[in-house]
Design a protein around this ligand. Structure first.
Ligand code: BG6
Length: 521
């Protein structure tokens, strides 16, 4: 790891602790969780459209929530409509995007992190020609964002690929998918040249080895006698790295001014004790998370992961030229999600466990947790920012951070016949507090000299949860009036955090010096 002397480091932020003038304040969401319209506009079925809603008692561990089998996919394909498949309806953004963008503009946002649904552009993934209706949908959206002065930060693949590539190709395990992704990347980079300046290739690319279906379209749980399921995951991941490097080259060729970033779910591991064995275990776990950004930022696999493969008998097939492609097409910036820190120990059975969306961890006695059992660790965000900056020396971008919570809607909608106004409100001081605590630490990191491009809060609107498919696990600063079964008006209601976030943007972070939030009434 390179350690930087921040006293002499020429950080573009000036290391004053204030947010830079061009700081990209925004919100973030993904097509598969927000759009809906799963069978409209020529869109094909995607890997997310076949994930059913499951109540907590239906699963034994967190991974089974995000996995699929050939049988579950066949059953889903035979089921029409959106009942039981919440990601098919999302938050109805596909039909309400114009008024939703108006709400983002009202907040004064500078950036919207979103993703393009690959299955809207190439419904089957292997089509020779793109679907013009899908291309037009995003073109209109980007034009509208430009009118409002909001920069799109666009993920090419956020837990979403055409289902046909899963069932007929084996997802990312198949090298042929690299070429299909290149076609997709070239199509969107060309069509949206001048409209999109910031591109991300794969969302949380480290998910592929944790949740192979969600991250890589791989049905890894199906028994394949004699084959370690991790073999398929790491092979799929290598193909994604190659595809990501190729997409980076394509974007740079098409538009040399565009910036391409990788995207990592940064899971920092603390040792459970000062026992050197725990410290080395935490270092190992951190390196197994960071090797993903090593490949995309440094342009090569680390010794840590190569040794892991050797020790585990995992044999990742690489083609001649892959190493050179990875080395020559590193990213311009590193974006990441941050929700929590984790704890490592050589003897985890000594400690209690807590939750997370990708996997559970040892409980940290110094931290409280969310309703879903995720560690709350604002200071860990400062640690992560410094650590990533020291290691890579490329601009960073926090593209996901936010609180999933149960919100309570009060009041009633307007009744024009009675002349009654809309009195619906959501008071969410806990979410404002979450932002305050985390962003104060972000400010500390900027003062430490970290070069940070922006912060996009997850998810802007309430959206369908990636792991639990719940609507009622709410992340937005804008409430969406819908429940887990899709019942409700889907009306948008500004939460207290909406007004607070607007002031955050208006004051470029100065609102963080205030003690507590204001309510809307
Ligand atoms: C991130 C994903 O891991 O976590 C998002 O990129 C997801 O898609 C977010 O929504 C929160 O997780 P969850 O499972 O609570 O929706």
């Amino acid at each position: 790891m390179t350690t930087v002397d921040t006293a002499t480091d020429p950080s573009p932020t000036g290391a004053t602790g204030a947010f830079p003038d061009a700081f990209l304040w925004g919100v973030a969401f993904a097509a598969n969780q927000v759009e809906g319209g799963f069978d409209e506009g020529g869109k094909g079925l995607s890997q997310a459209d076949v994930i059913p809603f499951r109540v907590a008692s239906d699963y034994v561990d967190i991974t089974s929530l995000m996995e699929a089998s050939a049988a579950s996919i066949a059953q889903a394909v035979a089921t029409p409509g959106t009942d039981g498949y919440p990601k098919r309806r999302g938050s109805d953004f596909y039909h309400r995007w114009e008024s939703d963008i108006d709400l983002f503009a009202e907040m004064g946002l500078k950036a919207l992190r979103m993703s393009i649904a690959w299955s809207r552009i190439f419904p089957n993934g292997d089509d020779l020609e793109p679907n013009e209706e899908g291309l037009l949908f995003y073109e209109r959206l980007f034009l509208r964002l430009r009118e409002k002065g909001i920069a799109p930060v666009v993920t090419m693949s956020h837990y979403e690929m055409p289902l046909n590539l899963v069932t007929e190709y084996g997802g990312w395990t198949n090298r042929a998918v690299v070429g299909l992704f290149e076609r997709y990347a070239r199509t969107i980079a060309t069509r949206y040249q001048g409209l999109v300046h910031y591109w991300l290739t794969f969302n949380e690319i480290n998910t592929t080895v944790i949740e192979p279906y969600t991250g890589g379209g791989v049905i890894a749980r199906e028994p394949d006698p004699g084959v370690d399921p991790r073999q398929a995951s790491y092979q799929a991941l290598h193909h994604q790295f190659v595809a990501s490097a190729s997409a980076t080259r394509i974007v740079h060729d098409v538009d040399p001014s565009a910036q391409v970033g990788c995207m990592l779910a940064r899971m920092s591991h603390y040792p459970a004790s000062s026992d050197p064995a725990d410290v080395v275990k935490a270092q190992f776990d951190n390196n197994m998370n960071l090797f993903h950004s090593d490949v995309q930022v440094r342009g090569r696999y680390s010794g840590h992961v190569r040794r892991f493969w050797r020790d585990q008998g995992i044999d990742v097939r690489m083609e001649p030229g892959d190493d050179e492609l990875l080395a020559a097409n590193t990213v311009d910036f590193l974006s990441f999600s941050y929700y929590m820190s984790l704890v490592s120990s050589v003897a985890p059975e000594k400690y209690g466990a807590t939750g997370g969306n990708l996997f559970s961890t040892i409980k940290n006695p110094h931290l409280s947790t969310t309703e879903w059992g995720w560690h709350l660790d604002p200071e860990g965000l400062r640690y992560v920012l410094n650590d990533l900056w020291d290691r890579y020396q490329v601009p960073l971008f926090i593209v996901e951070n936010g609180l999933g919570a149960t919100d309570v809607l009060t009041g009633s909608p307007a009744d024009p016949t009675m002349g009654a106004p809309d009195t619906r409100r959501v008071h969410d001081p806990y979410r404002i507090d979450y932002f305050v605590q985390h962003l104060r630490q972000v400010r500390e990191a900027i003062a430490d000299g970290v070069n940070l491009l922006g912060y996009t809060a997850w998810g802007g609107l309430d959206i369908v949860s990636a792991s639990t498919s719940q609507m009622t696990k709410r992340y937005g600063v804008i409430y969406v009036d819908a429940d887990d079964d899709g019942r409700g008006s889907f009306d948008r209601i500004r939460k207290d955090s909406f007004y607070w976030y607007k002031r955050l943007v208006d004051t470029n972070g100065e609102v963080l010096d205030e003690l507590m939030s204001q309510k809307s009434d």
